[in-house]
Design a binder for this molecule. Structure first.
Ligand code: BES
Ligand code: ZN
Ligand code: ZN
Length: 460
């Protein structure tokens, strides 16, 4: 589906956003509208929606509550909850606000229109919005397009989104933007030294692979690496049913970097982009890798498998080693890597790790402007000892699980030794409860923050 703004029309219905803390916000409205608003208890509360009729009973204008600054901070995109309550029609913003407020409303409006309708028709909101003056409509539509791609990829069940289908999605994306793509698959992973991608994926009937996409020929170099575990049973250390239920989303890192790549390419940013996706299914079969096995990685580091459910860091490690070999200006990995990250920060916040504090600062700023919250966690050196098991270089699942997201991040950092700037996101990729602009289901996390931070990160 595409999320777009309506084309300008003379018949557009004026839509007034009302800031609850901006003095008597209603006083700018014509007197009858003020009377109607107070008669209906409309006071500009966040997400409130009121249609004001004309004397002849037509929709004359619409009022939407922006709430107070505090309420807006508590619920980003909160105002767009009104979109689904408005009658069918084309609306046009008639009030003026800060750039941040206008842009957030416009982007949230688009994102609120998302439905996953591949398997059943869904009713979508009928109200349309003309792009507000001053916003970069193309940019917002492009961001929404990337987010749609991410959500669709995550929401599609594993049966229809295996390594093959994920590769096909990358191929289509590459084709649409003139990017090149190559894939190393099955046994070839061993010949070309991606032993851990192979080990994790070898028990599945759908062959594991490493997908490599490149785009752009000028500017700084950025490599995105996304965890593409199309389904995570946990392998032989099988997940309990309740934990396995959602594991179609274990390619959420891949889906998010692909959505971001789509935004970067569609916007024509002046950079050289590489996207690496190890795409596998962590399955159970007689040839599955086992607890206690010791794998030798692409980088040469040996890894003792203490839990086959800590598979994401294994496939990412080989992909990161490859990324590191050409020392790009920045490497970013995104992965639904640990349950520990969810325990720490919940489902909405994207924890990230950065080797450079200036990169962390840029990401914080990007998160604020794009309503895509992130929080820095530390690459805490003293915990390095926890990932050193003794009989191999590394342990994929330290006992006890203390600081599980941090130890996973430290594990990944061992494979990025020559590239000074490395950022890693441990995301959830899933929205458990519907919220404005974010329906329940697959959701991109960290991509908009990164996109907004890119000019800073890469001096674009
Ligand atoms: N895909 C999971 C992590 C996950 C679980 C993300 C639930 C989001 C929600 C990952 O492969 C995994 O199972 N990690 C283990 C690691 C542990 C065995 C060291 C975890 O977090 O329990
Ligand atoms: Zn797992
Ligand atoms: Zn996993």
């Amino acid at each position: 589906m595409t999320l777009t703004f309506a084309t300008q029309t003379d018949a557009a219905i004026p839509l007034y956003l009302i800031e609850k803390d901006a003095g008597d916000a209603l006083s700018a409205l014509p007197k009858p509208a003020q009377t109607w608003a107070s008669a209906n208890g409309f006071d500009g509360g966040l997400g409130q929606c009121l249609v004001v009729p004309s004397a002849s009973g037509e929709v004359e204008m619409a009022l939407v509550g922006l709430g107070t600054a505090k309420a807006r901070n508590r619920k980003r995109f909160g105002a767009v909850a009104a979109r689904g309550k408005l009658p069918e029609g084309v609306y046009q913003l008639a009030s003026s606000h800060s750039d941040q407020i206008t842009q957030e409303f416009a982007l949230g409006w688009l994102l609120e229109g998302y439905r996953f309708d591949r398997y059943a028709t869904q009713s979508a909101p009928k109200a349309q919005l003309v792009a507000p003056a001053g916003v970069d409509a193309t940019r917002l539509e492009t961001i929404a397009g990337g987010e749609v791609a991410t959500r669709d990829l995550i929401n599609t069940p594993a049966e229809d989104m295996g390594p093959d289908e994920l590769e096909l999605a990358v191929r289509k994306l590459a084709e649409a933007h003139g990017a090149t793509i190559s894939t190393i698959m099955g046994k070839a992973l061993l010949d070309q030294n991606f032993p851990m991608v192979h080990a994790v994926g070898r028990a599945a009937t759908r062959a594991p692979r490493l997908i490599d996409m490149r785009w752009g020929d000028e500017g700084p170099t950025l490599t995105l690496v996304g965890k593409g575990v199309c389904f995570d049973t946990g392998g032989l250390n099988l997940k309990p049913g309740a934990s396995m239920g959602l594991m179609k989303k274990d390619m959420g890192g891949a889906a998010t970097v692909l959505g971001l790549a789509q935004m970067i390419m569609a916007l024509g940013l002046k950079l050289r982009l590489r996207v690496l996706i190890p795409a596998v299914e962590n399955a159970v079969a007689g040839n599955a890798f086992r607890p206690g096995d010791i794998l030798t990685s692409r980088k040469g580091l040996t890894v003792e498998i203490n839990n086959t459910d800590a598979e994401g860091r294994l496939v990412l490690a080989d992909a990161l080693a490859l990324a590191d070999e050409e020392t790009p200006d920045l490497i970013v990995s995104m992965a639904t890597l640990t349950g520990a990250a969810r325990v720490a920060v919940g489902p909405d916040l994207s924890p990230f790790y950065a080797t450079e504090t200036t990169d962390a600062d840029a990401l914080r700023n990007g998160a604020q402007s794009s309503a895509d919250p992130v929080w820095e966690l530390p690459f805490w050196d003293p915990y390095e000892a926890m990932i050193e098991p003794g009989i191999a270089d590394l342990d994929n699942a330290p006992k006890g699980g203390f600081a599980g997201s941090i130890t996973a991040a430290l594990f990944l950092r061992r494979f990025v030794t020559d590239t000074p700037r490395y950022v890693h996101f441990d995301i959830y990729g899933w929205n458990p409860t519907a919220a404005p602009g974010r329906p329940k289901g697959g959701v991109g996390m960290g991509a908009r923050a990164l996109l907004d931070a890119l000019p800073d990160l890469l001096e674009l």
